[in-house]
Design a protein around this ligand. Structure first.
Ligand SMILES: CC(=O)SCCNC(=O)CCNC(=O)[C@H](O)C(C)(C)COP(=O)(O)OP(=O)(O)OC[C@H]1O[C@@H](n2cnc3c(N)ncnc32)[C@H](O)[C@@H]1OP(=O)(O)O
Ligand SMILES: O=C([O-])CC(=O)C(=O)O
Length: 373
Protein backbone atom coordinates (compact mmCIF):
# COMPACT_ATOMS: atom_id res chain seq x y z
CA UNK A 1 0.00 0.00 0.00
CA UNK A 2 1.46 3.38 -1.04
CA UNK A 3 1.53 6.28 1.44
CA UNK A 4 -0.90 8.66 -0.26
CA UNK A 5 -0.06 11.49 2.16
CA UNK A 6 3.44 11.93 0.79
CA UNK A 7 3.47 14.85 -1.64
CA UNK A 8 6.62 15.38 -3.72
CA UNK A 9 6.41 18.62 -5.73
CA UNK A 10 7.31 18.06 -9.36
CA UNK A 11 7.59 14.32 -8.62
CA UNK A 12 11.30 14.90 -8.03
CA UNK A 13 13.11 11.59 -7.70
CA UNK A 14 9.88 9.60 -7.94
CA UNK A 15 10.11 6.38 -9.96
CA UNK A 16 7.03 6.66 -12.18
CA UNK A 17 7.70 4.06 -14.89
CA UNK A 18 9.47 0.78 -15.36
CA UNK A 19 11.38 0.74 -18.63
CA UNK A 20 13.97 -1.14 -20.69
CA UNK A 21 14.55 1.90 -22.93
CA UNK A 22 16.85 4.30 -21.12
CA UNK A 23 18.23 5.47 -17.81
CA UNK A 24 20.31 8.47 -16.69
CA UNK A 25 23.17 7.00 -14.69
CA UNK A 26 24.50 10.16 -13.06
CA UNK A 27 26.97 8.23 -10.91
CA UNK A 28 28.86 6.83 -13.90
CA UNK A 29 27.95 9.78 -16.18
CA UNK A 30 26.17 7.56 -18.69
CA UNK A 31 22.97 7.97 -20.64
CA UNK A 32 22.07 4.30 -20.92
CA UNK A 33 20.04 3.53 -24.05
CA UNK A 34 19.11 -0.14 -24.48
CA UNK A 35 22.29 -1.10 -22.64
CA UNK A 36 24.65 1.24 -24.55
CA UNK A 37 25.97 4.62 -23.44
CA UNK A 38 24.49 7.26 -25.76
CA UNK A 39 27.48 9.53 -25.22
CA UNK A 40 29.90 6.84 -26.37
CA UNK A 41 27.62 5.93 -29.28
CA UNK A 42 27.42 9.55 -30.41
CA UNK A 43 31.14 9.53 -31.19
CA UNK A 44 30.90 6.79 -33.82
CA UNK A 45 27.23 6.20 -34.58
CA UNK A 46 24.64 8.30 -36.35
CA UNK A 47 20.98 9.10 -35.79
CA UNK A 48 19.70 6.15 -37.82
CA UNK A 49 21.79 3.77 -35.69
CA UNK A 50 19.99 5.14 -32.63
CA UNK A 51 16.61 4.87 -34.35
CA UNK A 52 17.30 1.21 -35.10
CA UNK A 53 18.54 0.62 -31.57
CA UNK A 54 15.47 2.20 -29.99
CA UNK A 55 12.88 0.64 -32.27
CA UNK A 56 14.46 -2.70 -33.21
CA UNK A 57 16.67 -3.22 -30.17
CA UNK A 58 20.04 -3.55 -31.95
CA UNK A 59 22.73 -1.40 -33.54
CA UNK A 60 22.15 -2.03 -37.25
CA UNK A 61 24.67 -3.48 -39.68
CA UNK A 62 25.15 -1.61 -42.98
CA UNK A 63 22.37 -3.50 -44.79
CA UNK A 64 19.91 -2.92 -41.94
CA UNK A 65 20.79 0.75 -41.83
CA UNK A 66 20.27 1.12 -45.56
CA UNK A 67 16.95 -0.66 -45.30
CA UNK A 68 15.90 1.68 -42.48
CA UNK A 69 16.89 4.74 -44.50
CA UNK A 70 14.89 3.46 -47.48
CA UNK A 71 11.88 2.86 -45.23
CA UNK A 72 12.05 6.42 -43.91
CA UNK A 73 12.56 7.90 -47.36
CA UNK A 74 9.39 6.20 -48.57
CA UNK A 75 7.56 8.02 -45.79
CA UNK A 76 8.88 11.54 -46.49
CA UNK A 77 5.79 12.76 -48.34
CA UNK A 78 2.90 14.16 -46.33
CA UNK A 79 -0.75 14.23 -47.46
CA UNK A 80 -1.63 17.40 -49.40
CA UNK A 81 -4.26 18.10 -46.77
CA UNK A 82 -1.49 18.65 -44.19
CA UNK A 83 0.02 21.37 -46.35
CA UNK A 84 -3.46 22.87 -46.75
CA UNK A 85 -4.08 22.83 -42.99
CA UNK A 86 -0.67 24.40 -42.29
CA UNK A 87 -1.51 27.08 -44.86
CA UNK A 88 -4.66 27.97 -42.90
CA UNK A 89 -2.71 28.83 -39.74
CA UNK A 90 -2.22 32.51 -38.95
CA UNK A 91 1.27 33.62 -40.01
CA UNK A 92 1.96 34.47 -36.37
CA UNK A 93 1.67 30.81 -35.31
CA UNK A 94 4.77 29.25 -33.80
CA UNK A 95 6.15 26.21 -35.69
CA UNK A 96 5.66 24.12 -32.51
CA UNK A 97 1.95 24.89 -32.71
CA UNK A 98 1.99 24.03 -36.40
CA UNK A 99 3.78 20.78 -35.54
CA UNK A 100 1.24 19.98 -32.83
CA UNK A 101 -1.52 20.50 -35.42
CA UNK A 102 0.35 18.47 -38.05
CA UNK A 103 0.97 15.47 -35.78
CA UNK A 104 -2.62 15.53 -34.59
CA UNK A 105 -3.93 15.82 -38.15
CA UNK A 106 -1.86 12.82 -39.27
CA UNK A 107 -3.98 10.66 -36.97
CA UNK A 108 -7.02 11.16 -39.18
CA UNK A 109 -5.28 9.33 -42.03
CA UNK A 110 -4.72 6.20 -39.92
CA UNK A 111 -7.57 3.80 -40.55
CA UNK A 112 -6.65 1.46 -37.67
CA UNK A 113 -6.31 3.91 -34.81
CA UNK A 114 -7.66 1.43 -32.26
CA UNK A 115 -4.96 -1.11 -33.15
CA UNK A 116 -2.13 -0.79 -30.64
CA UNK A 117 -0.22 -3.95 -31.59
CA UNK A 118 3.56 -3.61 -31.60
CA UNK A 119 3.86 -4.12 -35.37
CA UNK A 120 1.24 -1.44 -36.09
CA UNK A 121 2.78 1.07 -33.69
CA UNK A 122 6.20 0.33 -35.19
CA UNK A 123 4.90 1.06 -38.69
CA UNK A 124 3.44 4.32 -37.36
CA UNK A 125 6.75 5.22 -35.73
CA UNK A 126 8.55 4.94 -39.09
CA UNK A 127 5.84 6.96 -40.79
CA UNK A 128 6.18 9.70 -38.15
CA UNK A 129 9.98 9.69 -38.42
CA UNK A 130 9.68 10.10 -42.18
CA UNK A 131 7.03 12.81 -42.14
CA UNK A 132 7.82 14.96 -39.11
CA UNK A 133 10.95 16.62 -40.61
CA UNK A 134 8.83 17.50 -43.64
CA UNK A 135 6.11 19.04 -41.43
CA UNK A 136 8.72 20.92 -39.37
CA UNK A 137 10.58 22.40 -42.34
CA UNK A 138 7.53 23.17 -44.42
CA UNK A 139 5.46 24.64 -41.60
CA UNK A 140 8.20 27.26 -41.30
CA UNK A 141 8.25 27.91 -45.06
CA UNK A 142 4.45 28.11 -45.24
CA UNK A 143 4.24 30.44 -42.22
CA UNK A 144 6.76 32.67 -44.03
CA UNK A 145 4.80 32.59 -47.30
CA UNK A 146 7.53 30.53 -48.96
CA UNK A 147 6.96 27.58 -51.28
CA UNK A 148 7.14 24.16 -49.56
CA UNK A 149 10.49 22.40 -50.13
CA UNK A 150 10.41 18.87 -51.54
CA UNK A 151 12.61 16.25 -49.87
CA UNK A 152 15.75 15.15 -51.73
CA UNK A 153 16.01 11.37 -51.88
CA UNK A 154 19.73 11.32 -52.70
CA UNK A 155 20.67 12.97 -49.40
CA UNK A 156 21.00 11.14 -46.10
CA UNK A 157 18.10 11.43 -43.62
CA UNK A 158 19.80 14.16 -41.59
CA UNK A 159 21.22 16.01 -44.60
CA UNK A 160 17.78 16.06 -46.20
CA UNK A 161 16.20 17.40 -42.99
CA UNK A 162 18.73 20.23 -42.83
CA UNK A 163 18.38 20.87 -46.57
CA UNK A 164 14.59 21.11 -46.27
CA UNK A 165 15.01 23.74 -43.55
CA UNK A 166 17.72 25.90 -45.09
CA UNK A 167 17.18 25.17 -48.79
CA UNK A 168 20.94 24.47 -49.11
CA UNK A 169 22.70 21.12 -49.29
CA UNK A 170 24.82 20.95 -46.13
CA UNK A 171 28.58 20.47 -46.13
CA UNK A 172 29.95 17.23 -44.70
CA UNK A 173 30.76 18.95 -41.41
CA UNK A 174 27.30 20.55 -41.16
CA UNK A 175 25.63 17.21 -41.85
CA UNK A 176 27.79 15.45 -39.26
CA UNK A 177 27.10 18.03 -36.56
CA UNK A 178 23.37 18.23 -37.26
CA UNK A 179 23.16 14.44 -37.16
CA UNK A 180 25.05 14.42 -33.86
CA UNK A 181 22.59 16.89 -32.38
CA UNK A 182 19.75 14.55 -33.39
CA UNK A 183 21.58 11.67 -31.69
CA UNK A 184 21.97 13.68 -28.48
CA UNK A 185 18.33 14.81 -28.46
CA UNK A 186 16.94 11.36 -29.40
CA UNK A 187 16.08 9.89 -26.01
CA UNK A 188 16.49 10.92 -22.37
CA UNK A 189 14.57 8.64 -20.00
CA UNK A 190 11.51 10.34 -18.45
CA UNK A 191 11.46 14.10 -19.09
CA UNK A 192 8.14 15.92 -18.90
CA UNK A 193 7.29 15.30 -22.57
CA UNK A 194 7.96 11.55 -22.37
CA UNK A 195 6.03 11.31 -19.13
CA UNK A 196 3.18 13.21 -20.82
CA UNK A 197 3.22 10.76 -23.74
CA UNK A 198 3.21 7.76 -21.40
CA UNK A 199 0.39 9.19 -19.30
CA UNK A 200 -1.72 9.72 -22.43
CA UNK A 201 -0.82 6.28 -23.80
CA UNK A 202 -1.76 4.69 -20.46
CA UNK A 203 -5.44 5.38 -21.17
CA UNK A 204 -4.91 3.22 -24.29
CA UNK A 205 -5.14 6.36 -26.38
CA UNK A 206 -3.21 6.28 -29.65
CA UNK A 207 0.40 7.08 -30.55
CA UNK A 208 -0.53 10.31 -32.37
CA UNK A 209 -2.45 11.59 -29.35
CA UNK A 210 0.45 10.79 -27.05
CA UNK A 211 2.89 12.59 -29.37
CA UNK A 212 0.56 15.56 -29.79
CA UNK A 213 0.57 15.98 -26.02
CA UNK A 214 4.34 15.60 -26.01
CA UNK A 215 4.74 18.46 -28.53
CA UNK A 216 2.75 20.71 -26.20
CA UNK A 217 4.92 19.67 -23.26
CA UNK A 218 8.18 20.14 -25.11
CA UNK A 219 7.23 23.63 -26.24
CA UNK A 220 7.51 25.08 -22.72
CA UNK A 221 10.59 27.17 -21.89
CA UNK A 222 11.41 25.00 -18.88
CA UNK A 223 11.80 22.07 -21.28
CA UNK A 224 12.53 22.03 -25.04
CA UNK A 225 11.58 25.66 -25.59
CA UNK A 226 14.75 26.64 -23.76
CA UNK A 227 16.94 26.22 -26.86
CA UNK A 228 15.07 29.01 -28.66
CA UNK A 229 15.11 31.20 -25.55
CA UNK A 230 18.91 30.76 -25.27
CA UNK A 231 19.47 31.94 -28.84
CA UNK A 232 17.17 34.91 -28.32
CA UNK A 233 19.26 35.96 -25.30
CA UNK A 234 22.48 35.61 -27.29
CA UNK A 235 21.00 37.65 -30.10
CA UNK A 236 19.77 40.37 -27.76
CA UNK A 237 23.16 40.58 -26.08
CA UNK A 238 25.26 40.68 -29.29
CA UNK A 239 28.66 40.87 -27.52
CA UNK A 240 30.47 39.08 -24.70
CA UNK A 241 30.14 42.13 -22.46
CA UNK A 242 26.49 42.50 -23.46
CA UNK A 243 25.80 38.88 -22.54
CA UNK A 244 27.52 39.21 -19.17
CA UNK A 245 25.45 42.29 -18.46
CA UNK A 246 22.23 40.59 -19.56
CA UNK A 247 22.86 37.58 -17.31
CA UNK A 248 23.79 39.68 -14.28
CA UNK A 249 20.69 41.77 -14.85
CA UNK A 250 18.42 38.70 -15.05
CA UNK A 251 20.03 37.14 -12.01
CA UNK A 252 19.60 40.32 -10.01
CA UNK A 253 15.88 40.13 -10.85
CA UNK A 254 15.86 36.46 -9.76
CA UNK A 255 14.95 35.36 -13.29
CA UNK A 256 15.84 31.89 -14.47
CA UNK A 257 18.49 31.70 -17.16
CA UNK A 258 17.42 29.41 -19.96
CA UNK A 259 19.84 26.63 -20.85
CA UNK A 260 21.06 26.13 -17.27
CA UNK A 261 20.09 23.61 -14.63
CA UNK A 262 18.54 20.18 -14.93
CA UNK A 263 16.28 18.15 -12.67
CA UNK A 264 18.47 15.03 -12.91
CA UNK A 265 21.98 16.41 -13.52
CA UNK A 266 21.33 19.14 -10.93
CA UNK A 267 24.70 20.76 -10.16
CA UNK A 268 26.63 18.95 -12.91
CA UNK A 269 27.03 19.75 -16.58
CA UNK A 270 24.67 17.84 -18.85
CA UNK A 271 27.20 15.62 -20.66
CA UNK A 272 25.38 16.20 -23.94
CA UNK A 273 26.03 19.94 -23.58
CA UNK A 274 29.76 19.28 -23.46
CA UNK A 275 29.50 17.41 -26.76
CA UNK A 276 27.54 20.22 -28.41
CA UNK A 277 30.13 22.69 -27.11
CA UNK A 278 32.76 20.72 -29.02
CA UNK A 279 30.56 20.92 -32.10
CA UNK A 280 30.30 24.71 -31.65
CA UNK A 281 34.10 24.88 -31.52
CA UNK A 282 34.33 22.91 -34.77
CA UNK A 283 31.82 25.18 -36.51
CA UNK A 284 33.49 28.31 -35.13
CA UNK A 285 36.82 27.20 -36.57
CA UNK A 286 35.36 27.03 -40.08
CA UNK A 287 35.15 30.79 -40.56
CA UNK A 288 37.22 31.86 -37.56
CA UNK A 289 34.18 33.44 -35.91
CA UNK A 290 34.06 32.31 -32.30
CA UNK A 291 31.95 35.14 -30.87
CA UNK A 292 29.06 32.84 -29.87
CA UNK A 293 31.50 30.42 -28.26
CA UNK A 294 33.08 33.22 -26.27
CA UNK A 295 29.69 34.51 -25.20
CA UNK A 296 28.55 31.05 -24.11
CA UNK A 297 31.77 30.43 -22.20
CA UNK A 298 31.39 33.76 -20.40
CA UNK A 299 27.80 32.79 -19.52
CA UNK A 300 28.94 29.41 -18.28
CA UNK A 301 31.47 31.06 -15.96
CA UNK A 302 28.95 33.52 -14.53
CA UNK A 303 26.38 30.79 -13.84
CA UNK A 304 28.99 28.54 -12.24
CA UNK A 305 30.27 31.33 -9.99
CA UNK A 306 26.97 32.99 -9.15
CA UNK A 307 24.59 30.01 -8.98
CA UNK A 308 26.68 26.82 -9.07
CA UNK A 309 24.67 25.84 -12.17
CA UNK A 310 25.85 24.24 -15.41
CA UNK A 311 24.61 24.18 -19.01
CA UNK A 312 22.10 21.67 -20.30
CA UNK A 313 21.98 20.46 -23.91
CA UNK A 314 19.78 23.36 -25.01
CA UNK A 315 22.46 25.92 -24.10
CA UNK A 316 24.99 24.70 -26.66
CA UNK A 317 22.51 23.29 -29.20
CA UNK A 318 21.20 26.84 -29.71
CA UNK A 319 24.41 28.46 -31.05
CA UNK A 320 25.18 25.29 -33.02
CA UNK A 321 21.81 25.53 -34.79
CA UNK A 322 22.42 29.23 -35.39
CA UNK A 323 25.76 28.45 -37.03
CA UNK A 324 24.03 25.83 -39.18
CA UNK A 325 21.76 28.57 -40.53
CA UNK A 326 18.59 27.27 -38.87
CA UNK A 327 15.86 29.82 -38.04
CA UNK A 328 15.36 30.12 -34.26
CA UNK A 329 11.66 29.06 -34.20
CA UNK A 330 12.69 25.67 -35.57
CA UNK A 331 15.08 24.77 -32.72
CA UNK A 332 12.38 23.19 -30.53
CA UNK A 333 10.60 21.48 -33.44
CA UNK A 334 13.96 19.91 -34.37
CA UNK A 335 14.35 18.73 -30.79
CA UNK A 336 10.91 17.13 -31.10
CA UNK A 337 11.72 15.53 -34.46
CA UNK A 338 14.76 13.89 -32.97
CA UNK A 339 12.86 12.85 -29.81
CA UNK A 340 10.06 11.28 -31.91
CA UNK A 341 11.93 7.99 -31.86
CA UNK A 342 12.32 7.95 -28.09
CA UNK A 343 8.68 8.94 -27.61
CA UNK A 344 7.47 6.20 -29.95
CA UNK A 345 9.57 3.63 -28.08
CA UNK A 346 8.07 4.76 -24.77
CA UNK A 347 4.47 4.76 -26.05
CA UNK A 348 4.93 1.26 -27.47
CA UNK A 349 6.39 0.06 -24.19
CA UNK A 350 3.50 1.64 -22.27
CA UNK A 351 0.93 0.02 -24.54
CA UNK A 352 2.58 -3.35 -24.13
CA UNK A 353 2.82 -3.26 -20.34
CA UNK A 354 0.12 -0.91 -19.26
CA UNK A 355 -1.46 0.32 -16.09
CA UNK A 356 -3.34 3.62 -16.26
CA UNK A 357 -1.63 6.55 -14.48
CA UNK A 358 -3.96 7.87 -11.82
CA UNK A 359 -2.20 9.48 -8.84
CA UNK A 360 -3.82 11.29 -5.89
CA UNK A 361 -3.68 14.87 -4.59
CA UNK A 362 -2.78 16.56 -1.35
CA UNK A 363 -5.98 18.52 -0.92
CA UNK A 364 -5.45 21.95 0.67
CA UNK A 365 -8.78 23.53 -0.29
CA UNK A 366 -11.85 24.25 1.75
CA UNK A 367 -14.01 21.55 3.40
CA UNK A 368 -17.37 21.28 5.02
CA UNK A 369 -18.94 24.27 3.27
CA UNK A 370 -22.69 24.08 3.10
CA UNK A 371 -25.16 25.89 0.88
CA UNK A 372 -27.57 27.81 3.12
CA UNK A 373 -31.21 26.75 2.83
C1 LIG B 1 16.95 19.54 -22.90
C2 LIG B 1 16.08 20.07 -21.78
O1 LIG B 1 14.87 20.13 -21.88
S1 LIG B 1 16.91 20.55 -20.41
C3 LIG B 1 15.90 21.75 -19.57
C4 LIG B 1 15.84 23.03 -20.33
N1 LIG B 1 15.24 24.06 -19.51
C5 LIG B 1 15.93 25.17 -19.14
O2 LIG B 1 17.07 25.38 -19.50
C6 LIG B 1 15.17 26.15 -18.31
C7 LIG B 1 16.00 26.70 -17.17
N2 LIG B 1 16.16 25.72 -16.15
C8 LIG B 1 15.19 25.50 -15.19
O3 LIG B 1 14.15 26.17 -15.16
C9 LIG B 1 15.39 24.37 -14.21
O4 LIG B 1 16.76 24.19 -13.93
C10 LIG B 1 14.78 23.06 -14.68
C11 LIG B 1 13.31 23.27 -15.12
C12 LIG B 1 15.53 22.50 -15.86
C13 LIG B 1 14.81 22.05 -13.54
O5 LIG B 1 13.93 22.49 -12.57
P1 LIG B 1 13.90 21.93 -11.07
O6 LIG B 1 14.59 20.65 -10.96
O7 LIG B 1 12.48 22.02 -10.62
O8 LIG B 1 14.78 22.98 -10.28
P2 LIG B 1 14.24 24.32 -9.62
O9 LIG B 1 13.56 25.18 -10.62
O10 LIG B 1 13.48 23.98 -8.38
O11 LIG B 1 15.62 24.99 -9.23
C14 LIG B 1 16.36 24.71 -8.04
C15 LIG B 1 17.08 26.00 -7.64
O12 LIG B 1 18.01 26.36 -8.67
C16 LIG B 1 17.62 27.60 -9.28
N3 LIG B 1 17.71 27.44 -10.71
C17 LIG B 1 17.48 26.31 -11.42
N4 LIG B 1 17.65 26.54 -12.73
C18 LIG B 1 17.99 27.85 -12.82
C19 LIG B 1 18.30 28.66 -13.93
N5 LIG B 1 18.28 28.17 -15.16
N6 LIG B 1 18.59 29.95 -13.70
C20 LIG B 1 18.62 30.44 -12.44
N7 LIG B 1 18.34 29.70 -11.35
C21 LIG B 1 18.03 28.41 -11.55
C22 LIG B 1 16.17 27.83 -8.86
O13 LIG B 1 15.83 29.18 -8.84
C23 LIG B 1 16.16 27.20 -7.49
O14 LIG B 1 16.77 28.07 -6.58
P3 LIG B 1 16.19 28.24 -5.10
O15 LIG B 1 16.35 26.88 -4.48
O16 LIG B 1 17.06 29.30 -4.53
O17 LIG B 1 14.76 28.64 -5.24
O1 LIG C 1 15.53 15.11 -19.03
C1 LIG C 1 14.89 16.17 -18.95
O2 LIG C 1 14.19 16.49 -17.96
C2 LIG C 1 14.95 17.16 -20.04
C3 LIG C 1 16.00 16.83 -21.04
O3 LIG C 1 17.15 17.06 -20.82
C4 LIG C 1 15.59 16.16 -22.27
O4 LIG C 1 14.40 15.88 -22.46
O5 LIG C 1 16.47 15.90 -23.12
Amino acid sequence: MVNTNQFIPGLEGVIASETKISFLDTVNSEIVIKGYDLLALSKTKGYLDIVHLLLEGTIPNEAEKQHLEETLKQEYDVPDEIIQVLSLLPKTAHPMDALRTGVSFLASFDTELLNREHSTNLKRAYQLLGKIPNIVANSYHILHSEEPVQPLQDLSYSANFLYMITGKKPTELEEKIFDRSLVLYSEHELPNSTFTARVIASTLSDLYGALTGAVASLKGHLHGGANEAVMEMLQDAQTVEGFKHLLHDKLSKKEKIMGFGHRVYMKKMDPRAAMMKEALKELSAVNGDDLLLQMCEAGEQIMREEKGLFPNLDYYAAPVYWKLGIPIPLYTPIFFSSRTVGLCAHVMEQHENNRIFRPRVLYTGARNLRVED
